[in-house]
Design a protein. Sequence first.
Lengths: 332, 332
Amino acid sequence: MERSLDDVIKNNLSGNELKEFNRIYYGRTEHCELKIKNSTKDAGVKYNFDVLGFSFIASKEQLREPRILRLGLVQHSIVLSTDKPINQQRQAIFNKIERIIEAAASEEVKVLCLQETWSMPFFLCTRERKRWADFAESPDDGPSTKFLSKLAKRFEIIIISPILENEDGVWWNTAVVINEQGNYVGKHRKNHLPSVGSFNETTYYAPGNTNHPVFDTKYGKIAVNICYGRHHALNWLMFALNGAEIVFNPSATISEFGESFWGIEARNAAIANGYVTAPNGLRTPGLPKNRDGLLIVEVDLNQCRQVKDQWGFHMTSRLDLYADNLQKVVEN
Amino acid sequence: MERSLDDVIKNNLSGNELKEFNRIYYGRTEHCELKIKNSTKDAGVKYNFDVLGFSFIASKEQLREPRILRLGLVQHSIVLSTDKPINQQRQAIFNKIERIIEAAASEEVKVLCLQETWSMPFFLCTRERKRWADFAESPDDGPSTKFLSKLAKRFEIIIISPILENEDGVWWNTAVVINEQGNYVGKHRKNHLPSVGSFNETTYYAPGNTNHPVFDTKYGKIAVNICYGRHHALNWLMFALNGAEIVFNPSATISEFGESFWGIEARNAAIANGYVTAPNGLRTPGLPKNRDGLLIVEVDLNQCRQVKDQWGFHMTSRLDLYADNLQKVVEN
């Protein structure tokens, strides 16, 4: 199994040196691990997925109650080989994901995000289109949304479902938001499409036209920055300006595509824009890279404003200056 | 001596685990250390400063010659106690800096950046003003500029000199650019001023009014993002849109002010905006935290365009969308 940076550190550092590394790299000297139930651990062993959980603490406030919330992130491989019928391939993924969502629900996760185009092989690296076309689906009543709606309702959790969308023959890379009643709430289409070497997503779909929606849900104000959009500071910024408290970044990528950036970009965006996780610069260890897994993070959404009040990045942002500057750039 | 993350790693990891850590954290499995001359090492021992040097390599191109260049970054403490006469305090810093610049020049550094308000104690945390006022100086013919102009001319190097500016009774936090002929080229005034807890720089000076200048010098197109401006993605972006190939971020800060961000923000900006160091996500180890030091980085400025061509972040930036979005935000 490939080692992660987290593993390398855990296996080699100890005592004050480990604390000092943690202080600088993760932003605190000790990880606050969540206690995972034995039944969840058993499910992980039985169905072969990892479960990790960590918490971030905010300060107590005089006027607001804490807004403590558990978020879940899921990573998984496909199940069947890609020459099998599409409905069988998809159903096998559904079966796998159902078990992970059950585990998340039993750990009190309230908002769960699946990976980019989670219900299909990530065929967008193949340059082929026709043989995969039936994986594209409707965001509001396609098979992935129908499947997840039942689970969302049963467990009263919000699910972010990144799929390949087909709307009247136009494909999009789309994140669907399903609320805790199992209802389709809305969608966001990936704003920035990679064209890196021979890997070109514009072969498949158009740059998103949904701008930067923020979904005001029972559990918080949620946005989704899909994959390559994480490289674009203005993309992160607009979700913040539209009020996001939580921004997910579902991705499908490989080590050669910027692994050394992974620990930097989303965390930098959270710091710059004051949303979880983690506006105060903290990060958790990650899941092992080559296995299915569920990462749980307990946050207090009060932290978003607390960090803005502490650092003042929003107060000092001078957006009027930049609005003018950008206008001049695009007019030239 | 306080340990750095770099030290902790160097002292505890080895073999494949060290390589894997380096690959993910620094962006490459091995640091490419520059060979430092014995005379430079001797100077470092004699005058008590560290010297570290690393190189980044770009690809060979068919149509452009390499643009290999050595950059220098200097950190230093003050010399005399702050109750001594101001001219003595400043002269003692000048004497110290002269030796470090001599060392940089002997290592073929062509562009050198000093730390924020390098020629005075960083008194901006004291909330006092009057007793320090004589440290504020003219950017084009003040003592710091006069002193550095001679060295810049003698060694044919460009020097970035961040000072406290006083212009007709208005104070600014200003970076002066002095070219390799010893001439004053221009200045940039800090755009974003921190107001964090009781630490409030607006007590002293105004937010910069120089927008985002890029200085087109003999050795490259240079910009300066001063200290707290590193938290602002749009600040970094505008220097890029104005053509910067190198952006320095001279800072004076303490561990409590976001040490866990230090390794993230400037590096994220270099990735997002395609300028050194390091547009491809690499970073070097840093200097020890509590000693004077000179960090030398050898770069090939061709890498800026190479990385833009590889990753396409500029091509996919959709600036027209964001210019509109920001305009709407500031109009509301």
